[in-house]
Design a protein around this ligand. Structure first.
Ligand code: F6P
Length: 331
């Protein structure tokens, strides 16, 4: 197989801390292997519009600690239709791109699959604060987003404690509870509401606040995953059931910003390296993942069918940490 000469890299979907570190790793690994690297700006839309910059060793410098993405990101409507995708293929041909590294989440990989079916090899690198990509146990940005949310909630706790109040905090995560459970465990939440376990609001929230009260707590922290409901609605239900008016905080997009943590920088660097090495060694059309700490390559089509479930054993641990965690009168 002829040696690959030129690849493109893009970031797509919601940004995540560590995307820049992945771009840097892709560019530097490519250059170290004698491959030219083009940065496509604004995700799939940039490929349609031929919106790009040449990446060099120097212009990907000082990126490790930088949040956001220097390539910008977008969710492209036009790429959803065949005409748009054909324009993207034309750009690849015009620029001589023999492969694309697509950094993002499942939506990005669905786009990658479509492009690969049109003959452009793609390698996906998972980056989303939601950690909701089935083929990998970790996605770039998750650790940074968790730490940002934890820092916010720690601050909130100080004032809740002083005023002996109840607080409902909504965190991101789209349809998954990974972020909420991790954060809830790390801040010692009274209750955590996740989309994977919404069966009994009474049991998961109301009884837990009652239990905490009985155990002598005077302030309560309820963490809600956005996929499990709105903080305001949860607050209203708490008020109705217990007669206390919680403060409402939606942390929102702050979770997507800021300097990536060491874990995100290191993982992004390894994933970016392996994405380019897949191309350099004649492979493609796969998603890079981490499983049991090691790097794996999963065919895109298979990657998109893989499911990852919230670890309910961890949910149980979170519950037990507060006051025994029982729903059975053992509080
Ligand atoms: O996928 C990342 C994410 O931040 C989700 O947690 C959230 O649901 C979504 O993106 C928000 O997207 P937008 O910024 O486009 O509203």
């Amino acid at each position: 197989m002829a040696k690959i000469k030129r690849i493109g890299v893009l970031t797509s979907g919601g940004d995540a801390p560590g995307m820049n570190a992945a771009v840097r790793a892709v560019a530097r690994t490519a250059l170290a292997n004698g491959i030219e690297c083009i940065g496509i700006r604004r995700g799939w839309q940039g490929l349609i519009n031929c919106d790009f910059i040449q990446l060099t060793r120097a212009n990907v410098g000082h990126l490790l600690s930088k949040g956001g993405t220097i390539l910008y990101t977008a969710r492209s409507e036009e790429f959803m239709n065949p005409e748009g995708r054909q324009k993207a293929v034309n750009t690849c041909k015009m620029l001589g791109l023999e492969g694309i590294v697509a950094i993002g989440g499942d939506g990005t990989f669905r786009g990658a699959l479509e492009l690969s079916r049109l003959g452009i090899p793609v390698v996906g690198v998972p980056a989303t604060i939601d950690n909701d990509v089935g083929c990998t146990n970790y996605t770039i940005g998750f650790d940074s987003a968790c730490n940002t949310a934890i820092e916010c909630i720690d601050k909130l706790r100080d004032t809740m404690q002083s005023h002996e109040r109840c607080s409902v905090v909504e965190v991101m995560g789209r349809n998954a509870g990974f972020l909420a459970l991790y954060v809830g465990t790390a801040v010692g939440a009274t209750a955590v509401l996740v989309p994977e376990h919404v069966e009994s609001f009474e049991q998961n929230v109301i009884e837990r606040i009652r239990g905490a009260k009985l155990a002598g707590y005077t302030h309560f922290m309820v963490v809600v995953a956005e996929g499990a409901g709105h903080a305001q609605e949860v607050g209203d239900k708490i008020q109705e059931a217990l007669g206390i008016k919680p403060t409402i905080t939606v942390i929102g997009h702050i979770q997507r910003g800021g300097a990536p943590t060491g874990r995100d920088r290191e993982t992004a660097t390894r994933m970016g390296y392996h994405a380019v090495m897949a191309f350099a060694e004649g492979r493609g059309n796969c998603v890079i993942g981490t499983q049991e700490g090691g790097i794996v390559e999963i065919p895109i089509e298979e990657a998109l069918t893989m499911k990852k479930h919230l670890q309910m054993d961890r949910y149980k641990i979170m519950e037990i940490m507060q006051f025994g965690g029982g729903h059975d009168g053992e509080i």
